[in-house]
Every structure is written in C-alpha cells, then in structure tokens.
Write a protein that binds this ligand. Structure first.
Ligand code: PSU
Ligand code: MN
Length: 302
C-alpha cells in the first residue's frame, strides 16, 4: 500500500469486511467553522454515521501521512491548531513531505478516500466556479477532481458565493452527474432553492446507490454530485443570505484576497455577519447529509 497512507484500524477492518465506510473532509473543521463548534460537529457527524450503520473516516494530514480515520485527539488538533494548512490537490505533496498539519478540501479528501477505496464522502458544500470566473479563472479543483475520482459526494448543493449556473455548466462539461434528492430544484446550501433546475432527481438512497453502482460497473470513472436539500425548518431564505454574500464578496475584493484564501475568507465573513444563524444551518445540513449519505453507503454495500 501507499506508504503515505495511514488507515485507522477500525476503518481498515470495515473495508476488509466490505462494510460501509463514509469519508469526511477536514477543511470544514479547520477553516469552515469556529472552535469548539467545529470539533463538536465533527464528533456529532461521526456518531450519526455510526448510528446509521457505517464507519466514519475523517481525512487529514499529519506527520507526513494521509490519515484515513482520526482519533478524538487528532480531531481536536484539526479544530484547534492555528497553523493547519488548507490542502487541495496541488498542496498534497508539499504538506505531506514537510510533515505539516493539513486539512483536506473536497478535492484532496476525495483523492485520499479513493486511495483507501472508500466510495462515499459526506460534506456540507463543495467548491465550484466562482462569480466573476470568466476573468479570474477561479474554478475550484473540487470540480476537476470530481471528473477523475470515483468517489460520490453528498452535499447540500452549492453556496451562492459561487456562480451556481456556471458550476452546473462546468459539471456537465466534465461529465459529472448531478442528482438532487426528493425535489426538482437544485438546492442552494442555506436554502432549498437556488433558482436552477437539478439536472437529475432521485427520491431514495437505494435508487442513488443503484445509479452509483451502474456508473462504476460501466467503467465510467468519476464522481456523482448528490445534492441533499437542507431540512425545511432550518433553511435561510435566499434573499437574507444574499445580503451577507454580496458584502463578503465586496470585502474580499477590497482586501485583494486571491487564490486559496478566497473561499475561507468569504465563509468566515458570512459566519461573522449573520449572527450565528448561518452556522446553525451549516451544522444542521451537515448532520442531515451524514444521515442520508450513510443510508446511501449502506445501500451500496448490499
Ligand atoms: N464551501 C463551503 N464550505 C466549505 C468549503 C467550501 O460551503 O468548508 C471548503 C471545502 O473544503 C471545499 C473548499 O472543498 O472549501 C473549496 O475551496 P476552493 O474554493 O479554494 O477550492
Ligand atoms: Mn479557488
């Protein structure tokens, strides 16, 4: 096996026994939420996965290894340490060879999950095509990774800090199926609405597992983006979030934030200015994604 991969014994045993395993990212812990809610949420999400019949595998980088499955001490480090790198695909060899702390994005988490042969990955929101990308060329490596790596991603759709329409176009170009659970509209993360129709719709975890199995058995490499709308009682109306998003994007421009710092800056700004409401919704939707993602993983393992 890859000498840079370290799979937690519980995860390794589950994989050997062909039991369902669900991968989780760590950028959301280190750069997406404040301490201590980040660690509490990470633990709660792991518990939801266990309670629904799978083994959680949170992925991060430490001591020159890509860890697949963290213990509570390691989770605490990811949530608390100040000097944790945000690691997308391009940063992987640097952070591993330098033995730095690294929190993996969707792209890097997918790649490591696939090294460990995990098929299902649960997160909150993915990166995508940024607003203004026609001039900045700011398109997340999450999207190119989804074209290459056969790990399905369960998210609550795409935040409108991104250009949702262009993100859907890009996914189409890259041959990545986008399927929304239980509704015709593609969800907009905080809200069940986005203003865009979902390219595909399926209504049960079993149907989704069937589609994933079919795709990969056909030899079609790559991911499927599974969009799971936020629970109705927790959603924030689009108009309400839009104010914060516009201000965050303006602040990012004024402060000349570029490259990998754009997404964390914007997310932080929104969290700071929406009086904790966005954080509450964020936590609720991740928990919901963990439940539904685990149901898909269980169905797929049958
Ligand atoms: N979007 C969110 N929450 C997040 C992220 C994006 O709503 O936590 C994180 C994920 O880890 C995602 C990364 O993979 O940001 C994308 O960063 P970039 O746009 O730099 O590729
Ligand atoms: Mn970017």
């Amino acid at each position: 096996m890859n000498q840079f991969l370290e799979i937690h014994t519980e995860v390794r045993q589950a994989l050997l026994d062909k039991k369902p395993v669900v991968a989780l990212e760590s950028t959301i812990i280190s750069h997406g939420m404040p301490y201590p809610q980040n660690v509490e949420t990470a633990l709660a999400v792991e518990k939801i996965i266990r309670d629904n019949g799978a083994v959680p595998a949170t992925i991060a980088i430490m001591s020159g290894k890509c860890l697949v499955g963290l213990n509570s001490e390691q989770l605490e480090i990811m949530g608390k340490e100040k000097n944790v790198w945000k690691v997308s695909l391009r940063d992987l060899p640097y952070v591993v060879s330098k033995k730095l702390y690294g929190a993996t994005t969707v792209a890097a988490t997918m790649r490591i999950a696939s090294m460990a042969e995990i098929k299902i990955f649960v997160t909150g929101g993915i990166g995508g095509v940024h607003r203004g990308a026609t001039t900045t060329m700011d398109i997340s490596a999450d999207l190119t990774e989804m074209a290459q790596t056969s790990v399905a991603v369960i998210s609550a759709g795409v935040k409108s800090i991104l250009d949702i329409g262009l993100t859907l176009e890009y996914l189409e170009t890259m041959g990545i199926p986008v399927v929304t659970i239980g509704q015709d509209e593609f969800p907009g993360f905080y809200s069940r609405k986005s203003g865009f129709l979902s390219p595909l719709r399926l209504d049960s975890p079993e149907e989704i597992a069937q589609m994933l199995g079919t795709k990969w058995k056909m030899g079609l490499r790559g991911s499927v983006l599974i969009a799971n709308p936020v629970p109705a009682k927790m959603e924030i109306p689009t108009e309400e979030m839009e104010v914060h998003i516009e201000r965050a994007l303006t602040a990012a421009k004024e402060k000349k934030i570029t490259g990998k710092n754009v997404t964390p800056f914007v997310l932080q700004y929104i969290a700071d200015h929406s009086h904790g409401e966005s954080l509450e919704t964020n936590i609720a939707l991740i928990r919901h994604n963990a439940k539904v993602g685990t149901e898909i993983a269980v169905a797929l393992s049958k």
